[in-house]
Design a protein around this ligand. Sequence first.
Ligand SMILES: [Zn+2]
Length: 396
Amino acid sequence: MKIKCGVDIIEISRVQESIENLGDKFINKVFTQKEIEYCKNKGKMMYSHFAARFAVKEAVFKAVSEEIKDKYSVSWKDIETTNDINGRPKVEMLFLKNNIIENIDVSISHCKDYAVANVTVLFKWKGEFNLEYFDSHMHLDDEKFDNDREEIIKKIYSAGVTKCICIGTNIETTKKTIQIANLNNFIYASSGLHPEDIPQNEEELWKKLEVIKRLAIENKKVVAIGEIGLDYYWKQDNKELQKKAFIKQIEIANELNLPISIHTRDSIDDTIGIIRKMKIISSGVLHCCPFNIELVKHGLDAGLYIAFGGTCTFKNSKNAENIVKMVPMENLLVETDSPYLAPEPVRGTRNDSSNLKYIVQKIAEYKNAEPEFIAKKTYENAEKLFLNKEIKNVRS
Ligand SMILES: [Zn+2]
């Protein structure tokens, strides 16, 4: 059983000063609504109650930081101290509680001008942790998340998705994915021009790809070039330009030593042609892989990973089971492609990474394996493909 303690002592006058100088700006940044209501009702004792809560937050930071440091940045308002009916303080970490923390014990005391908080955090047994997942392809930047992106980020993390890649599709979305990744430790970004987003004019295409490359070089959270590839479902009249954009972006990835994320729709022969012809130095993934034997064969031959998403759970996906079985565990990845392609049993709803469990479940069924194993294996594979690369020394 893992237990960590944290202690913090804070001068009440320090908190009083911050409140007097910065007012609600400070209070709203640090304290939750419940905490604010409670303290403001305490009249003269308000400052010492705020100070005690401040000390609790710092004590909890100290206790948990080691356990969660690479996964999430905890903010002040994620830690909330309330009082039960007997007035005893009770502290909760609002978004992590189901996933990692069993219980937090707290004692608060006041001595002279100081508030002292003592916390004991009881972590769950490793075996009791919810499964951890790596969503290798999603679009959290999509406008469908504009109204509740912050909540979704907390929701997916709490659901065990402790790593994910937010995939760019053009210059604008790439910038947005980088922004989101910079704000959240556990989210990574990619830079790429999707076949649907390429311009009509070749000169303009080269200019855009220069920007795509620069964004990858200048931002450390960019871990892939993508999504790139061919899509003849939406557009047939620019096949040659699509191929040029695809090839050029493979070259960029090679130059930077980054893996690629490949989109292919109604364009299997040409996709196979290009992945056979091109040397893909840092590997990559056939994202939301179509259930086509030839494509998967050639992808595996080229050393690529194969990612399955919601479509492998659809009843009308022919061949899904055979194709999933065909892919060795070493080459397997999972993804949601959210907000699109929600898996069964939530098909048709707005998708998010917390639905990855249904996909893992289905793949486990097809492969006659435990979901725990599929989750762990695909997590390790994604880390190996995207995160453990020696990025070429082009980034200063
Ligand atoms: Zn996508």
